[in-house]
Write a protein that binds this ligand. Sequence first.
Ligand code: SF4
Length: 230
Amino acid sequence: MAIGFETTTPATAVAIEQAQALKLQNFSVLCNHVLTPAAMRALLAGPEPLLVDGFLGPSHVSTIIGSQPYQNLAERYLKPIVIAGFEPLDVLQSVWMLLKQLNAAQHQVENQYSRAVTVTGNLKAQALIARYFETRSSFEWRGLGQIAHSGLKLKAEYALFDAEQRFNIPLRPTTEVKACECPAILRGAKKPQDCRLLGTVCTPENPVGSCMVSSEGACAAYWRYRRSRT
Ligand code: SF4
């Protein structure tokens, strides 16, 4: 099961490379790797309004893809983007950098996480990804729906390692819980506490929507750092 953003895709590519070198016949990958800039573009392009002033760019993803892919998004949609590290001071400094841009009515890509992220990213990892994967015409994201060119699949020449082809596994549409407010939260239109399922039905142990699944999700963070812990 190969899941994750650009951060985890190179590891899957290495696994396939290894399987190929060992001529393994019993190794295959169900590819669900996704692309960050495509999802950001979908949010920015609408049709629903995006109530977000700027973006903290993802640190690990950006170590792979670099800061360049965000350039066009910042310029076209007039939103500042600051690639942020993971430590508390990284996040604080990145928010400060975003605020400075917003106060100056700027919309640039800045790289706070310069100790790990470069403009062009990890070229070796990018070459590995390009060797084994190609972009799907569309991919369904939880909370966001279908997004064009936002997911990866294995290239036809590596069908032997592609579980989707080998075992004829179709991509099935997902069913979202109607009361889950993730679509609005992801657009900045609502906050996690606006969801009546937060902390009652939906918890990190029993996540209902995508914003609770990962510890980095907005709902998971709101629940973890809530003030009242009764
Ligand atoms: S608390 Fe759960 S159900 Fe509500 S919006 Fe967040 S992820 Fe969805």
